[in-house]
Design a protein around this ligand. Structure first.
Ligand code: ZN
Length: 488
């Protein structure tokens, strides 16, 4: 046992002892700061976490169904937690079935990584780096602080939801996305890095794995920006946007954490690649696809297009499109009763305060629409509701929201989106296949080009292959090495 470890242990015991003496102690054991419990008790954090957890699953594609992978990710998380200042705190680690590249934590020790992020990591150490950083946020109680701020800012929109009997309306304000994905401050990031690199080195990973992976995320961000079919994906949902930091800043955290040197650190590349072999890559056809501004649902058999300047987000129960100046579109479904006319549904079952209601035809489907002015925290908004009868049992619904000052110009956009809603043609659904990660061994005759060309993409194959495998430009995988490709 090394000397610094004993010193740290002594400090921790001293803090614990103080806490036991002073009832209601509010010193955070990791950071030594006082104010963390001022706004929320640990029990309250846990209650909020348990309440939010199902909503996170709904928002981010649910749990990725691979029990072996889940256990593996959970075991790395628990290993790191045991090295933290709160080794007995209950943590729940979840792999989300989302193609977004992200990881985040909510109050109560709930930590999430997406399969999109797992696809980019190349070894256990890189994954551990991401998780150690999130655990650092939890130990420092940053998610609870962020939660309090986000809730206070979004109360106005919740009122609108009550008014229109639309439970998912909180997404119109981006409550879902903002609440879980809004960025931390630089100070909080630095603190999470300081704690994260501490846990990493105690668990015998190299703390530099954290900065190495950040560089890969940056390369991926640059690639995503140049892919035109990703145009609609919001960069605000990436890990880099929600955790504003650079490899250089992580290195600074490593330097100031004065860590003992990790000799022979764990990398575990082959174990890691074996665990993600066969993992779903990109969108899951079961949940519908976002392609630029188009939303296509092969399983349910429809598609529509958001206006220029809008970005689409997909979740299990609703699709949201975020536009400029608070303009929003929310799309979801409802149950249709007894072939009811849409005008009846719109005015009697959905909302009873609409003006200018009318029955319309949307590409052969019966529909009805109407609008109203509503006061929100963001000012007076024009709210247009649209209900489309898809079949005898199913209604698809749009809510279009725009600041009243822009209502006229937006109404052209919203009308276009309305009439872009249509059934998929025969064969249109079958052309969308799920893609998976495949681990292969580099052969002696393989070149960068030949490896990249095995992937079913129309463009940027080489760049995608390099980013996926964390290869710097000019770097070539050696024969016998394991690499990732994407396969249908
Ligand atoms: Zn962070």
């Amino acid at each position: 046992m090394t000397e610094p470890f004993l010193t740290r242990l002594a400090t921790r015991l001293a803090v614990l002892a103080l806490c036991m003496v002073a009832a209601g102690c509010t010193v955070n054991p990791a950071t030594g700061q006082q104010s963390f419990t001022a706004f929320m008790s640990p029990a309250e954090e846990l209650r909020i976490g348990q309440e939010q957890h199902p909503k996170i699953l709904e928002e981010f594609g649910g749990v990725y169904q691979d029990p072996g992978l889940s256990r593996y990710v959970g075991s790395i998380g628990q290993l790191l937690v045991r090295t933290s200042e709160t080794p007995n705190l209950n943590f729940t680690f979840t792999v989300l079935n989302s193609p977004l590249v992200n990881a985040f934590a909510i109050p109560g020790g709930f930590v999430y990584v997406t399969r999109g992020l797992l696809a980019l990591a190349d070894n256990e150490a890189e994954l551990a780096g991401v998780m150690a950083h999130e655990i650092g946020h939890v130990v420092a109680r940053h998610p609870a602080q962020r939660y309090s701020q986000a809730v206070a800012a979004n109360l106005g929109v919740t009122l609108l939801g009550v008014l229109t009997n639309t439970p998912h309306i909180s997404r119109l304000a981006g409550l879902g996305a903002n609440l879980y994905l809004s960025g931390y401050s630089r100070e909080q990031e630095f603190e999470a890095d300081m704690l994260g690199v501490r846990y990493l080195s105690r668990a015998r990973f190299s703390p530099h794995a954290m900065s190495a992976f950040l560089n890969k995320l940056q390369a991926n961000g640059a690639l995503q920006r140049s892919l035109k079919n990703e145009e609609g994906r919001d960069p605000a949902t990436s890990l880099l946007a929600t955790h504003p930091r650079t490899a250089e800043r992580v290195e600074r955290a490593i330097a100031s954490a004065s860590l003992a040197r990790v000799t022979d650190p764990i990398v575990a590349k082959d174990i890691y690649l074996n665990k993600i072999d066969g993992m779903l890559y990109g969108d899951d056809p079961e949940q519908g696809f976002i392609k630029g501004r188009d939303f296509i649902h092969p399983k349910l058999g429809f598609r529509f297009r958001a206006p220029p300047g809008f970005r689409l987000f997909n979740s299990a129960r609703a699709v949201t499109a975020m536009g400029p100046n608070g303009a929003r579109i929310l799309f979801d479904s409802a149950e249709r009763r007894d072939d009811e006319p849409m005008l009846y549904y719109l005015t009697s079952r959905w909302a009873n305060f609409l003006q200018d209601t009318e029955a319309i035809d949307v590409n052969g489907m019966q529909a009805a629409t109407g609008h109203s002015l509503t006061n929100t925290q963001k000012g007076t908004m024009d709210v247009r509701l649209l209900a489309i009868a898809f079949d005898a049992r199913t209604i698809y619904r749009f809510i279009f929201l725009a600041p009243v000052s822009e209502a006229n110009s937006r109404s052209v956009d919203f009308r276009r989106t309305t009439y872009s809603f249509r059934r998929l043609r025969r064969g249109e659904a079958a052309s969308v296949l799920p893609r998976r990660i495949k681990i292969i061994m580099v052969g002696s005759g393989d070149s960068l080009r030949s490896l990249a060309d095995r992937m079913p993409f129309e463009d940027f194959r080489l760049e995608r292959f390099q980013v996926l495998n964390g290869l710097a430009s000019g770097q070539k995988p050696a024969p016998g090495q394991m690499v990732k490709i994407i396969a249908d």
